[in-house]
Structure formats: C-alpha cells, structure tokens
Design a protein around this ligand. Structure first.
Ligand code: CA
Ligand code: CA
Length: 134
C-alpha cells in the first residue's frame, strides 16, 4: 500500500518522504515523516498548515482510497522594523568633519517606506543627502 503525503502550504513546510509504502508484514511498524520549516524572508507571522495523507493506493479494498491528515504550524523568524548601522559612535566636528550612518528595513515592505530624520540637537548637526553604498 502506497500513501502520498503533501503539505497544504509547501512554502512554509517541506515533507519527506513524499509518500510511504507499507508492506503487509510491516503493517504495524511506524513510518516517520520529517517536516522541515521553510524560511520565506517575509514577515508573515505563524502559519498553520495541514499535512494530507492519501488517498492510499492498494489492491486491498479495506484500505484503498484511505486518507488522514495532521495539522501543524511554522513559526516566523522575521521582525519588521528599521535598522540603523551603526547605532552609535558617530563623530562630527565644528570644523566640518562629517560622518554617516546607513538605514535599511529588516523585512521587505508591501509599499514604499519614508523615514524623516531630525537631529535631536539641530544646532549641533545638519543632515545632508545620504551617500549610497556601491
Ligand atoms: Ca512564513
Ligand atoms: Ca517569514
């Protein structure tokens, strides 16, 4: 008897093997199926999925077409936010010495993101155009 195995959200979890075959003498030996969470770089939260087994193919009419399912979840590892590099230690001088920092988003946005910067003490620093990294 062969039972196909598939995930409702293959982008969230992979299943191995994709089918199991059970021989009559081994009918009560557990067949282990490995589930591996997939990383998608999108902040999509916890995703619930279903693993579907079947329909079973066999010449035994008692088991032919049999199905089963099990549910699970894939935890997200993205945390949306703005990252500033470095977070401190910038050095400018009244003699005109400039420094810079970089800003990037931790996860892909679904729309353009505008961020306005103001120095906490405007009389001590001016913000110029950002330099682009190559
Ligand atoms: Ca995900
Ligand atoms: Ca994710």
């Amino acid at each position: 008897m062969t039972i196909p195995i598939s995930a409702s959200l293959p982008g969230e979890v992979s299943v191995a093997p994709s089918s199991i075959t059970i021989q009559p003498p081994d009918w009560d030996a557990p067949a282990v199926v490995l589930l591996t969470g997939q990383d998608d770089a999108v902040a999509d939260g916890v995703k619930a999925y279903t693993i579907d087994l079947g329909p079973a193919s066999t010449a035994d009419p008692a088991f032919a077409g049999g199905t089963a399912s099990v549910s699970g979840q894939n935890d997200d590892n993205e945390s949306p936010g703005v990252e500033v590099i470095p977070t401190g230690g910038l050095h400018t001088s009244e003699g005109g010495m400039a420094d810079s920092f970089a800003v990037r988003l931790r996860t892909p946005p679904t729309a353009p993101v505008s961020i306005t910067f103001r120095p906490a003490t405007p009389s001590e620093a001016n913000l110029g155009l950002p330099r682009r990294s190559p």
